[in-house]
Write a protein that binds this ligand. Sequence first.
Ligand SMILES: Nc1nc2c(c(=O)[nH]1)N[C@H]1C(S)=C(S)[C@@H](COP(=O)(O)OP(=O)(O)OC[C@H]3O[C@@H](n4cnc5c(=O)[nH]c(N)nc54)[C@H](O)[C@@H]3O)O[C@H]1N2
Ligand SMILES: Nc1nc2c(c(=O)[nH]1)N[C@H]1C(S)=C(S)[C@@H](COP(=O)(O)OP(=O)(O)OC[C@H]3O[C@@H](n4cnc5c(=O)[nH]c(N)nc54)[C@H](O)[C@@H]3O)O[C@H]1N2
Ligand code: SF4
Ligand SMILES: [Mo]
Length: 746
Amino acid sequence: MSKLASSDRIVYRTCPLCEATCGLELTVRDQRVVRVRGDRDDVFSGGYLCPKGVALGQLHDDPDRLRQPLIKTDSGFREVSWEQAFAHVEAGLRAVLARGDRNAVALYAGNPVSHNLGANLYLRPLVRALATQNFYTASTVDQMPKHVVSGLMFGDPQALPVPDVDRCEWLLMLGANPWESNGSLWTAPNLPARLKALTRRGGKLVVVDPRRTRTANHASEHHAIRPGTDALWLLALAQVIVEEQLAKPGRLASMTDGLESLHDLLAPFTPQAVAVHCGIAAQDTRRLARELAASPAAAVYARFGSHAARFGTLAAWATELLNVLTGNLDRAGGVMFPRGAHERARHGAAGGKGFRIGRFRSRVRSLPEVMSELPVATLAEEITTPGRGQIRALLTVAGNPVLSTPAGAQLAQALDSLEFMVSVDIYLNETSRHADVILPPPSPLERSHYDMFFYRLSVRAIANYSEPVFDAKGPDESHILARLALIARGEGAAADTTIIDRELLDELVQRELAHADSMLSGQQIEQVEAMLDGDVPCDRIVDFLLRSGPFGEGFGRNPDGLSLAQLRAHPHGLDFGPMQTQLPGLLKTPSGHIELLSPLVHEELARIRAQLLDPAPRTELLLIGRREFQSNNSWLHNLPGLAAGHASCVLHMHPDDARERGLGDGGTVRISSSAGSVVVPLAVTADIVSGVVSLPHGYGHQLTGVRLGIAAGVAGASVNDVVECEVEGPSGNAVLNGVAVRVEAA
Ligand SMILES: Nc1nc2c(c(=O)[nH]1)N[C@H]1C(S)=C(S)[C@@H](COP(=O)(O)OP(=O)(O)OC[C@H]3O[C@@H](n4cnc5c(=O)[nH]c(N)nc54)[C@H](O)[C@@H]3O)O[C@H]1N2
Ligand SMILES: Nc1nc2c(c(=O)[nH]1)N[C@H]1C(S)=C(S)[C@@H](COP(=O)(O)OP(=O)(O)OC[C@H]3O[C@@H](n4cnc5c(=O)[nH]c(N)nc54)[C@H](O)[C@@H]3O)O[C@H]1N2
Ligand code: SF4
Ligand SMILES: [Mo]
C-alpha cells in the first residue's frame, strides 16, 4: 500500500460486487484508487469487507476491461465509436426483425444487472421494447423456485422472506454457505459475525450441506444430505411437527388456507421413509423437528444448493411451510419480509390478482414461462431448432451463459449459428467473443450507486447512496439499454434516449398518483419531475422513490424525511431499523390469505411421493458446485489480487470414493456426463460426503478469442460443460447440483 499523500481524496462507496452491500472507504489519488478499506462508520457493515471489495480498484484499472465498443470483422474485433456501434446494432437487428417474428430476437440478462442501478432500472424498458417471449435471465440458474413459491403462497413472486438473523435463536440453513458467499437473497453484511453472535447468545445454527463448509464448521450441528433431497427432508420435518401436534402458527392460522389438509398429505414423508434418500438418520430428523417447533424465534432458510437441484420448488415450498407451521413467518427472530426505504408502503387490505405461471410456453420443450421468463436451460435448443419463433439474434446484458448455464460448450456452438449477437459487457470473454458488437458500460466506480435491488432483501431498512468516483468515459449502462430499446422499437439508433428516461419516470410518478392517499395528489407530473434532485436520470428516480417511500420527505409533507440530498449528506448511510411485520397487508393472493396448497404444489407432492417409493440407484457420483471466498461467478478471475494463488478449480472427492476408483490426491481426473466431459485436478478430502463430488463454476477461461490476460492463465475447466439441460420442475430452474457423473483418471 502506498503512503497517503495530502492531495489524496477519501470517498465512501457501497460495494456492488455481492449482495452484502458493504460500505467501503476508498483512497483516490489522481485517477486511481490506491487503497480500499472497510468503512468503519458504515451504518450497516461497520468496517467489514472481503477480498473482492479490496479488488474494486483493480477492476477499474484492469487493462482488459473494455473502454470502447468493439465490432467483429473478418480479422477480429475492432474498436469503433459509439455511433458506429449503435448503427451496426440497428442494421443487424433490423435485418432479423424485418421478417416479422419478434421471438426471433432473444435477450439474456445476467447477475450483475441486479448490482447496477442503471441496468436494473433500464432492463424493463428494453424487455418491453423487444416484445419477445425469448427472455432469459440468470434467475433460472439460481433462485426461480423461490419466486414461484412466493407467488403461489403470498400472491407476490417478489415477496421473499429473509431470516431475521440478529434476533433469531434457532436457524436451520440448507444449501447455503454465507461464510464464503456472504449471503444470498439475504442482505446482511458480515454474516459470519452475525451468525457467531447468534450462537454466542445461546442460539443454535444447524447446517445441512453435502459438504463440511466453512459455515458448517461454525455451526452447532452439520448434517451431510444427499444432493437433490432437501424437499424430502424438509417434508419429513413438517410431517413430525404435524403428526406430533407441535404446530403453532399463532396469528398466521386465521390467514392461512390449507392447514387442515397437511396431516394426510405429509403422512408418507416420515423421517424413516426419507432417511434412505437423504442420508440423515431418522432420530436426528425427529429431534430437529421438535427443537425447531419448540424455539420461540426460529427460521428455516434454504438457498442455492436447495433450489438449483431436483425438486427445488418443493424445497422452497417446504421451507416456507415450516416457517408458517411454527409461527415464525413474519415474526421478529423468524423470517420476515424486508422493505427498502425506496419502496412505498404496501397499503390497503390483503388480496390481489394472485400469481400464475405458464401464460406461454417454450417452443421446443413446452416449458412454462415464469415471471415472463423462459428457462435458460432451453436457450441452446431454441437457437438450433428450426421453425417460427426460432432465435436468430441474441442480446446478452451482463451475462456469461457460456460458463454459467448448462451444457455451456453446446451453447457456445449454438451462438455461432446466430445471424446476429450483441453483448453489453465489460469484457471480451467466453460469451461476448461470439457477439458481432460488444457495448461496454463504465466501470462500477464511474457510476452512482444505490442498491435498489438488495435493499429489498435486507435485514434492516438501509439507505446509502454513492457518487461516481471518476467521470465515465462512455455512456452509462442505462443509456446503452435505452438506446437498444429505441432500436428494438424501430425508432432508430440516433433516437433521443430522454424518451425512455421520461417514460420510466412518468410510470413511477403515475403509480404513486394512483394511490388514494398519494402525497402528490393534485399535482401534475411535470411539477413533480421539476422538483427532483439528481444530475442523471437514475439519480432522479432514486430521489423520487426515496421521497415517496416509507421514510420519505414526502415532497414537503415530512421535511426532515429521506431524500437523495439527505443521503448525500450521510456518506455512511442511514439505518431505519429492523424488519417490521407486514402480514396480512402484503398478501396478494385472490383469497387474501397465505395459500399453502395450490394445484401446482399438489402435483409436485405427487411427483415426489412417487420418488419416495423408488430409491435412485447409487452407481454414479453426484456432482455439486461450490463457491469460493475470492471468486465471483465467472468474471473476477482477471484481477491479480483475486486470481493469483487463490483460484482453485479442483474436484473434491471423499477418500472412500477415491480409493474405490484408484485415484490419488493431486492427480488429474476426467469428469463425464451425457452432456460432455472436463479434465481437472483432484483433491481428496473428508469434507465432502461419500458419493458426491464438487467443482466450482465459472472457470474455463482458456477458450480461443477471449481477451482475459490473467484469467486465461488460471487453470480449470467449466463445470457447466458436464451439466445437462435438465430443469427441476415448474420453476424451470436448471438442475446444477446433483448431476450424475463418472470420474476416472485422465
Ligand atoms: N454449475 C453452476 N452453474 C452456475 C452456478 C453454480 O453454482 N453452478 N451459479 C449460478 C448463479 S447463482 C448465477 S447468478 C449465474 C450467473 O450467471 P451470469 O450472470 O450469466 O454470469 P456471471 O458469471 O455473473 O457473468 C456476469 C457477466 O457480466 C459482466 N459484467 C460485470 N459487471 C458488469 C456490468 O456492470 N455491466 C455489464 N453489462 N456487464 C457486467 C461480466 O464481464 C460477465 O460477462 O451462474 C449460475 N451458474
Ligand atoms: N465468494 C463468492 N460469493 C458469491 C458468489 C460467488 O461466486 N463467490 N456468487 C453470488 C451468487 S450469484 C449467489 S446466487 C450466492 C449463492 O450463495 P449461497 O446460496 O450461500 O450458495 P453457495 O455458496 O453456492 O452454497 C451452496 C451450498 O449448497 C451445497 N449444496 C449443493 N447441493 C446441495 C443440495 O442438494 N442440498 C443442500 N442442502 N446443499 C447442497 C453446496 O455444497 C454449497 O455449500 O453467492 C453470491 N456470493
Ligand atoms: S462481502 Fe460482498 S459487498 Fe462486502 S466487500 Fe465483499 S463483495 Fe463487496
Ligand atoms: Mo446467483
